[in-house]
Write a protein that binds this ligand. Sequence first.
Ligand SMILES: Cc1ncc(COP(=O)(O)O)c(C=O)c1O
Length: 403
Amino acid sequence: MDIDKIRQDFPVYKKYPKLCYLDTAASSLTAQPVIDAINDYYNSYSVNVHRGVYQLSFELTQKYEQARQTVADYLNASFEEIIFTRGASSALNLVAMSYGLNALKPGDEIIVSELEHHSHVLPWQHVAKKTGATLIYVPLTKEGRITVDNFKAVLTNNTKMVALTHVSNVMGYETPLKPIIALTHEKGALISVDAAQSLPHKTVDVKDLDCDFLAFSGHKMCGPTGIGVLYGKKHLLDEMTPVEYGGDMNDYVEKHDVTLKDIPYKFETGTPPIAAVLGLKAAIDYLKNIGETAILKHENTLKDLALEGLESIDGITVYNKNTDTGIIAFNFDGVHPHDAVTYFDEDDVALRAGHHCAQLVMKFLNVPATLRATFYLYNTKDDVAVFLKSIKAARTFFTEIGF
Ligand SMILES: Cc1ncc(COP(=O)(O)O)c(C=O)c1O
């Protein structure tokens, strides 16, 4: 991986050459080819898809649907199994509101985990309240992991739905999904996978994994905001009803009835985020070109270096020393993360402080909030050095003022 070349692909570094960006788990930086694809839409097309009966719209529609094929190929899915959404949150909500609300009943069990982002637990809380189904939590190990054995302990004949994250956005742990999915299917239940934090770092083959639903966002993988994807198995999507109705999702409209289009279109009403879809295609092409194995190796090297450095600094608690990805969750003993993060900003180090939309993880760790650093393909060993220097200086500062 030619890191100098990669950094040139992220124009934000030209504007802020000193920026030490370690907040990728929230949003990654946007790659130049993605920006080019978005600009190309507004410069060269700037019209709508599907509806226009003129050459420009035909051409654009073709490009737009090619983007869907790119996503399908990336996941090893079929074209019609790819639904464009606003982001991972709306994709995960679609499964809960369309499938969950209609399929579940009192006595059914939904397995979730404390590692879920709010967008993968709150929709199922809502479904449980509305349908009378029960929410069951996989017990985490002491380290905070989901294991196959712990999953088996809560899987019953009443389990109808499983909603689990692929990679935790706080702990960076990867869930052992393959055996969990096989066990889920043995019970005749379905699984929804939140891949928002895994797809930026590794490829996922949905056929091999055999998941029923999978969701992710463009803005965490060098792509644009406002675009996400829901993958669903064709036979399930065929049976599901939309949660939004309006233009472009229907064939014939009568006064009291409507014939819906086939999947994926019945789930996509209104003018879609065309520029963002084209940007997402560019992001996937970009990541494919670099190669996910190289990306994961690079970020893990930096993360290991950072962890080693953190270990030598007194007064720091790291919550996920064995993290599987580039995410490190930590705190300064006795210092609120929001106070600490202000200090780092002075050094142009962009870190995240807070509960990361994962308050159940905070409860598990018994802290109100954590700091979080994420290492990704554009980070360098210099970034690790700047990060550690800033941490050391902050530690000295907080010790001196009595924290
Ligand atoms: C694991 C995980 N799931 C879901 C989401 C929600 O993604 P979005 O805000 O793009 O809808 C996030 C965002 O932080 C996440 O980290």
